[in-house]
Every structure is written in C-alpha cells, then in structure tokens.
Design a protein around this ligand. Structure first.
Ligand code: ADP
Ligand code: MG
Length: 736
C-alpha cells in the first residue's frame, strides 16, 4: 500500500519539520500535495490538521448528508450489483452502502472489477460529492478506502490499527486516507521535534510536547489525547500572537513622548466648570486612565470603546484640553465629513468662550478649533492650514484630508481617531508622522468588540470601556415591522412619527439606497412581470412621505451624493430643529448626535448588519425622552434575516450584538486574515470560542516578556515568532 506513494523513507536520515516533503514521500506525491494544498515541508504536512475523527465501527450518519457536500464517510457495503446500460455499451456497477439505517448509492461506470473489493459487509471510507439522482442521494465515482477486515493480512493493517481515523480536509486527487498515509510516513521518518514552548509554560498547563501533540493529533490513542493535542496547538497560536503583541507593547513603552500632565488653573479646569452636566462615574474613571497615560513620557496607546451615546466625545475633548494646557495640539480624525462637521459644531459649542482664542471676547486661556476637509473652499483651507501650522488652533478636526502632505502642525501631541473601524492603519500612521516626537494616541469606537477580539486584534492597545449611559437616558424600544404581513403597522409607524413631531421631537427615516434608477432588480421585475419587493430609496421615499403621511412636516433628504454644503446645512438645520424628519441613507450611522430625535424607522432593515443597525439605532434616545426604533422588513418569520432583526430588537447591549455579528462571520473575516495560506499560524484559534485559552496565553506571554524582554533565553521561541511576524495571515494585527 505504501508503494504507490513512492516511499523513500530512510531511517538513517530523519526528517525535521523543515525537511522537504519530497525527502519523505517521493516526487509524485509531493507534487500533488504542493499543487493541491501548497504543502511543501514536512511541517506544512503535519499542520494539515484533521477536521474530525471517524471511529472504527461507528458508521457515519447518512441521513445528515446534504446535496452538494464534499464528504468522507465511514459506511458498510449493503449490496453490490452490476448491470448493463440500456441501449448503450458499458455497465453500471452500483454499490449501496449503509450506516445501519439510511442507505446511500455509489455508482461506478464500467468498473465491474471493483466487485471483488466491495463485498457485502465490508466497511470503508467513501469520499465524494453528494449528488441526487432520481430522488436518491448518491456519490458518483467516489474514492474509497476499505478498512482491512480479518481476511486482509498485509502491511496495511497497521494503518488502521488505531480506533480513530483522522478525517482530513481533502481534495480531488488527495482523499482523506491518502493524506493520512502521507502523514503516517512523515511521522515514521520524523526526528524528535524541538519544542519552542518554554517547558515551564507547557508544564503549567499540562500540555504534551510539540512532538507528542503533532503525533497525537494525527494518530490519537483516544479522543482525550486528540483533544489535548489540539488544545496545545491552539494554545501555541494564541500564545505566539500574544507574544508579538506584548513585545510591541513593550517597544512602545520604550519610545519617548512628551509628557502632558494635568495642569492646575488651565483650560481643562476652566472647561470643567462650564460643563452643563456631570460626568458619569464611567467617564471619570476613563478620564483618570487617560490623564495618567498622558502624564507618562512614553506614548499613550489606548482604545476607548463605549456604547453609542455613552459620551466618548467629552472624554476625548478633555484629553485634548490637557494636551493644549501643555502647549501641544490635538488632531481629531473623523470618518465622514458629516461627522467632522458635527464634531466641529459640538466641540465649539461645548467650549463656548474657550474656543475663541485670540478673538475679542475670547477667554484668556482660550484656544481655537479648526476644520480641514477635502471639499472646503481654498480660502477656508488656507486659514485652517495656517492655524494648524502656527499652533494657534489647539484642536484640528478633519477627515482623511487631515493626512495630506500640506498639513503641518506646530506641536502635535495627541491624535484622537473617532470610529476606528473606518480607518486603516496606514492612515493613522500618516497622521502620526506629522508629530515631531511620538504622539499620544486615543482610538475611539462605538462598535463594541468582545474582549477576546480586542485582546487579539488590538492586543497592544490598552482598552477603556464606557458601559453606562449618562443619567436620565431613556431606553430605546425596538420593534420589527413585517411590511408584507402587516401593512397596517407601517402606516402606524408613519403616524407615530407625526405624533412625535407634534410633540416637538424629530425623526429619522433610513433607507438602504439613494435612488432607484440603478435598481437592476426593478428592471428585471419589469421585464419578467414579476412583482418582487423593491428596495426603499431616499429619493423615492422622501417625496412619497412628504406628499402623504408627513404632509405639512419639514422633510429633508440626506445622503452621500449631496454636495458638502448641502449635507452640512441639512445637518445643522436638523440639529437646530428646523427639519422634522430626515430621510437618510446610512451617512448618519456613526456619531451623529441630535438629542431631540426620538423615532427612527429603518426601511428594509434586513439589508443591514447587526452592528450597523445598533449604530443607527444609537442616533435616537440620546436625550431625556424615550426612543422608538422600528425595523421594517419584508423578510419572513424564522428566516435568518428575520432572526437577526429579532435579536437586535431584543437587546440594547452592543457587546451582545457584536458577538452575534461575529458569530455569523467566518473567522477569517473577524481577524481579517487570509486563512487559505498554508503557512497560516492561525489554523485552530477561534476568537470567540477560545476566550479562556486566549486569556491564559496572554497572561503567560505577558509574564515571559516581563522576565525576558528580548526572549534571549528562548532561541527557538524567537525563531518561531519571526516566522509568525512574516506570515501574511497575521496582517490583521494592528501594527499600531
Ligand atoms: P458617543 O459615545 O456615542 O460618541 P457622544 O459623545 O456623542 O456619544 O455623547 C452623546 C450625548 O451625550 C452628547 O450630546 C453629549 O453631550 C451627552 N453627554 C455626554 N456625557 C454626558 C453626561 N455625563 N451627562 C449628560 N449628557 C452627557
Ligand atoms: Mg461619537
């Protein structure tokens, strides 16, 4: 059985993980492994981990097989018949296999000779794609490998001596058992694998050595051993990742930054006196953390995450004022022009006199706030550039335009990035380069990230969390409205908006599209005379509502294709209460803050993701009146889309919702990593499932770096880390 693999095992020259596969398996098999899976080294091969284990004698439940699945099943031959084809040359050999209950048909064309193999009662692994023929599930021309029975006494016996058969991710030319054979040979020829995990850490967790783990994962004595092996290898992934992050954090600590401690009698204290509300306990706590960071002579590197409406802006503003009190400047990077303009408005308003530096009537301590965006006039930009360059503007707010080469600061001491997820690392770096000495960094996000994701993706950022909302906030009630089943409810929704407006409040109506002109679906509906539901658009909905349920109300559209001037004036008119209903796309998704808005109707809500809906919903209920959010959908009950909406309606906990969001995405998307690469160091780790493991890996990594910052006593660990750092699969790690 080994012969066809071209085995060239030579016991005198033992293989290492770095050895070429061809040194163990011969050229032909090696080429197939490389072209199919990109497996080049023995290490690559051994890290082709089993998906699961088939237990000898325990047959696969055939009833669970779905059409289209690529499967490898353990089953028993129930019957085998060969019959000639009707009216054609050739024959069909049909084998029925069973798990004892359900049956599955295997068909072979012109292969009657297989009859001597596939005898009734034999068990084997069968692999192929599940198809359906005449209503019956079948595998056409499956690959198979029979489990030796008592009559087979040959060298193959030891292949299946174990009770547990590893089932591998397989592909056409490489069915699961061929991979198993290759791995078996590789293990036979393998020299003891050196372990990069420090003994102390391995022993503390009671893990097997790397060599033992690799062997036990592929050829487990029992499922407990397999599980232990898998845990050890998963821990490795988490541990290496956390080490990279811990090292990075240590490196950051060794950078010099200008300390900007709190100043008595400065701008910050003057500001605190004018603040129209008390900071929440959470805000005070985070403020203290930031204050302590800023007073250090190495750069702050902090992520501030907080529920929508939890009041992150004030916290950030206070940090900016601290830096200004120390003669520095702060840059506030916003993801959209709408948001940048809003920040300018709210910050200028909150500062009052304190923002009128150098002007008549300005306070003596006052600074200036300026805005830099891509679409502002040349004159406005020139003024803003001058204020930033001279240092007269203590706060420079802007969009991506802030990163332009012409923008120079006098002394950039703090960078605040609002709504982090919209910015790439490069963009943040571009801004950092504008500081003469490393600047302090505060990253804010309203998309709560579960702790483990934060630890994995932002492991080198310190995390502050604002969980509570300012006092007096009224909760938002959310309902799902099934537009098709209950059209009267949609009518009622418009009525509710009119009632809120009558009470002096304002409302949002959100639609997924700007207009319907590019609606290919609609064209198709027309062509085929079908009447599927079209998707709501701002340009259709606005006039329709205005001439219908909202007649007499002040209704205005807002979307990304409007000019900046129009967007700006619409937002300020809405902020100041001159517009009753804003019919908008998701441009209002992040950050927009109008406390008087109390109702939101989201059309075709199933078109949006869970976190996005939560963000949108966060635009209401920001004042002291209760908020109402209505999710309108055509999705039918019990469908995944509808279940998602029900989940959003059921909770206001952003952390809970972000978990739901993450669970629905593939791990690769969560980590932003390309999981297809064979060198990937992240094969087993799952950020949500492996929370406890990541915690303990983080702890171990932190301790080790503390004891030995350069890991000079751990050469093989260092080598492994270098491999990880060059692995593109870890590009997602925030290079901070
Ligand atoms: P987010 O965290 O979503 O960015 P904001 O910073 O926009 O939230 O704050 C939401 C609203 O709450 C703003 O109008 C802000 O002025 C107000 N706010 C912030 N802190 C408090 C507080 N401690 N008490 C009352 N209102 C507050
Ligand atoms: Mg905000």
């Amino acid at each position: 059985m080994h012969a066809h693999l071209g085995s060239t095992v030579d016991n005198d020259a033992m293989a290492t993980l770095e050895s070429k596969v061809s040194s163990v398996l011969g050229d032909r098999t090696s080429k197939v492994l490389d072209s199919t899976f990109g497996i080049k080294s023995v290490g690559d091969l051994l890290r082709h981990y089993p998906r699961r284990y088939a237990v000898r004698g325990e047959l696969t439940d055939i009833s669970t097989l779905q059409e289209g699945d690529e499967v490898t099943i353990l089953a028993e031959v129930f019957s085998a018949t060969n019959r000639p084809l009707h009216g054609r040359k050739g024959s069909i050999f049909e084998v029925i296999v069973t798990d004892g209950k359900a049956k599955l048909s295997l068909t072979f064309f012109n292969q009657a000779w297989r009859e001597k193999d596939l005898r009734v009662g034999r068990q084997g692994l069968f692999a192929g794609k599940v198809g359906v023929f005449k209503g019956k599930r079948q595998l056409a021309h499956p690959d198979y490998e029979l489990i030796p029975d008592g009559n087979d006494v040959d060298s193959a016996v030891d292949e299946f001596a174990g009770k547990f058969l590893a089932v591998y991710p397989a592909a056409g030319k490489m069915p699961s058992w061929k991979i198993a054979q290759c791995i078996d040979l590789a293990i036979q020829g393998l020299d003891e694998v050196p372990d990069f995990l420090p003994d102390k850490i391995r022993e503390k967790h009671g893990y097997p050595t790397l060599h033992q783990a690799l062997v036990q994962l592929h050829k487990p004595a029992d499922l407990d051993h397999a599980e232990m092996a898998r845990e050890r290898l998963t821990f490795d992934e988490a541990f290496l990742l956390q080490l990279v992050l811990a090292k990075r954090k240590a490196a950051l600590k060794s950078l010099d930054a200008i300390a900007r401690p709190a100043v008595v009698g400065g701008l910050l204290q003057a500001f605190d006196k004018t603040l129209p509300f008390e900071l929440t306990a959470g805000q005070r706590e985070v403020a203290a953390e930031i204050e302590s960071d800023l007073s250090q002579s190495h750069p702050m590197h902090r992520l501030l995450q907080g529920e929508v409406g939890s009041g992150k802006t004030v916290v950030a503003l206070r940090a900016m004022l601290t830096v200004i009190d120390n003669g520095g400047q702060a840059a506030l990077l916003a993801p959209t022009e709408v948001l940048a303009a809003q920040h300018l408005r709210t910050i200028t308003k909150l500062l009052g006199n304190l923002a009128h530096g150098g002007m008549l009537g300005g306070s003596e301590k006052a600074t200036q706030v300026t805005l830099i965006t891509g679409s502002q006039s040349a004159a406005a930009r020139k003024d803003a550039l001058a204020l930033a360059a001279s240092g007269a503007a203590g706060i420079v707010i802007g969009t991506h335009a802030l990163l332009g080469e012409s923008i120079v600061f006098n002394d950039l001491g703090l960078i605040v990035v609002d709504e982090q997820h919209r910015f790439g690392v490069e963009q943040r770096d571009a801004l950092k380069n504008k500081a003469h000495t490393p600047a302090h960094l505060l990253v804010m996000t309203a998309t709560p990230i579960p702790r483990t994701v934060a630890m994995t993706v932002f492991g080198d950022l310190d995390v502050s969390t604002l969980r509570e909302l300012p006092l007096g906030r009224q909760p938002i009630t959310t309902h799902v409205i099934a537009a098709v089943e209950k059209p009267a409810h949609l009518e009622r929704a418009w009525q509710r908006i009119a009632e809120e407006v009558a009470k002096g409040h304002q409302a949002y109506v959100v639609a997924p599209r700007i207009n319907a002109t590019n609606n290919e679906d609609a064209d198709m509906d027309f062509l085929f005379g079908t009447e599927t539901q079209s998707i709501a658009s701002v340009e259709e909905l606005g006039p329709m509502l205005h001439s219908g349920p909202f007649s007499g109300l002040r209704v205005a559209p807002l979307h990304g294709r409007l000019s900046t001037d129009v967007k700006d004036s619409t937002m300020s008119a809405f902020s100041s209460g001159e517009i009753d209903v804003l019919v908008s796309t998701t441009v209002i998704e992040v950050g927009v803050d109008v406390a008087n808005a109390t109702v939101m109707v989201i059309m075709d809500a199933d078109r949006f993701g869970v976190s996005q809906l939560h963000q949108l919903r966060g635009r209401i209920g920001r004042g002291t009146s209760p908020g109402l959010c209505l999710l309108v959908t055509n999705a039918m009950p019990e469908t995944p889309a509808r279940v998602r909406l029900d989940a959003v309606a059921a909770t206001l906990d952003g952390f809970e919702l972000s978990k739901i969001d993450l669970e629905q995405r593939r791990e690769g998307d969560v980590l932003g990593a390309n999981q297809s690469g064979t060198r990937s160091h992240l094969r087993l780790l799952r950020v949500l499932r492996d929370e406890a493991l990541i915690e303990s890996a983080r702890e171990s990594a932190g301790k080790l770096i503390q004891e030995d910052p350069d890991l000079s006593g751990f050469k093989s660990l260092n080598d492994e880390l270098k491999l990880l750092e060059t692995d593109s699969a870890t590009d997602f790690i925030d290079k901070g």
